[in-house]
Design a protein around this ligand. Structure first.
Ligand SMILES: NC(=O)C1=CN([C@@H]2O[C@H](COP(=O)(O)OP(=O)(O)OC[C@H]3O[C@@H](n4cnc5c(N)ncnc54)[C@H](OP(=O)(O)O)[C@@H]3O)[C@@H](O)[C@H]2O)C=CC1
Ligand SMILES: O=C(O)C1=N[C@H](C(=O)O)C[C@H](O)C1
Length: 253
């Protein structure tokens, strides 16, 4: 069997370098190109790339993706910064390239994916919910893509259950101490030396609180998810949002 030809964009970065190691170590995958800041995207086509793994920057990922889709290259995207508008733009590109698959995974950690699923499942049972995401201080964007997506999933579940807005009597908050709001869900971002990637979802109701927490202590935690995405994306044309769609989660849940 011929190996799947994989390239990594953002290859010199924290995640890109780890992804290069994971692809090189994975059976049936061949790392054919490492692309970073000053390299031309044509490197990808010249190398005969079949799947690109992108861990770059929210400011450049859309250009990379447009190039991939237009050149028939499947993409596994870990880079954050995906708003609903951006996802619609990608769907538009994919409409002209129906055989191409793009996976946007806000988080490749299997435990993080489960944490998001559990939070969405619990959401309709609780009056209050807030998200606290905690990351290393070199992270450039806030709130994290994981927190954003978790908030969207929780908001969808609350809306489907006809829950009202989360209760909050705050009228005076000149410094933004109550955090950001994503689809009405409060999100708080911590940046702390020593951390990697962590998130807590706090769900509260009269007399009780449920805390759902996930910790990535090391970037190797993301790699089984990245490799799974690379193996599966070519068989899933169109846009897939979230690694959960490749995890064969119990359909009864
Ligand atoms: N989905 C997931 O599971 C995870 C997602 N992430 C996300 O991945 C992204 C990258 O994170 P991280 O690795 O920590 O960041 P880094 O800053 O360490 O890495 C980004 C790399 O991309 C390079 N780069 C910048 N512009 C381009 C370009 N136009 N083409 C190719 N490469 C480019 C950067 O170069 P230079 O430094 O010179 O600018 C750098 O080497 C972030 O959005 C982060 O949130 C992170 C962890 C897990
Ligand atoms: O920048 C990071 O480190 C991470 N970014 C992703 C995000 O924004 O959610 C995933 C993970 O939290 C690590």
């Amino acid at each position: 069997m011929t190996a799947l030809r994989v390239a990594v964009t953002g290859a010199k970065g924290r995640m890109g370098a780890e992804a290069c190691r994971a692809v090189e170590a994975a059976e049936g995958l061949e790392l054919v190109a490492r692309v970073d800041q000053d390299d031309a995207l044509e490197t990808l086509t010249e190398a005969g790339t079949e799947v690109v793994v992108d861990f770059t920057h929210p400011g450049v990922v859309m250009g990379n993706l447009e190039f991939c889709v237009r050149n028939g290259i499947h993409a596994v995207v870990g880079t954050s910064g995906f708003t609903p508008d951006r996802l619609d733009t990608i769907r538009g590109w994919l409409a002209d390239a129906p055989s191409v698959g793009v996976l946007i995974a806000p988080n490749f950690g299997i435990g993080a994916v489960l944490m998001m699923q559990f939070a969405a499942k619990a959401a309709r049972y609780y009056e209050s919910v807030e998200i606290v995401e905690l990351h290393h201080p070199n992270k450039v964007d806030a709130p994290s893509g994981t927190a954003r997506r978790t908030a969207e999933m929780i908001a969808e579940a609350r809306s489907a259950a006809d829950l009202p807005a989360v209760p909050d009597a705050t009228t005076d908050d000149p410094d933004g101490a109550r955090g950001a709001r994503v689809d009405g869900i409060p999100v708080h971002a911590v940046r702390l030396r020593g951390l990697v990637a962590h998130q807590e979802v706090l769900l509260g109701d009269a007399g009780e609180m449920l805390t759902i927490r996930h910790d990535s202590f090391d970037r190797t935690s993301f790699m089984p998810g990245v490799v799974l995405g690379v193996r599966r994306v070519g068989g899933a044309p169109g846009l897939t949002l979230g690694l959960e769609h490749f995890l064969d989660l119990d359909p009864r849940t």
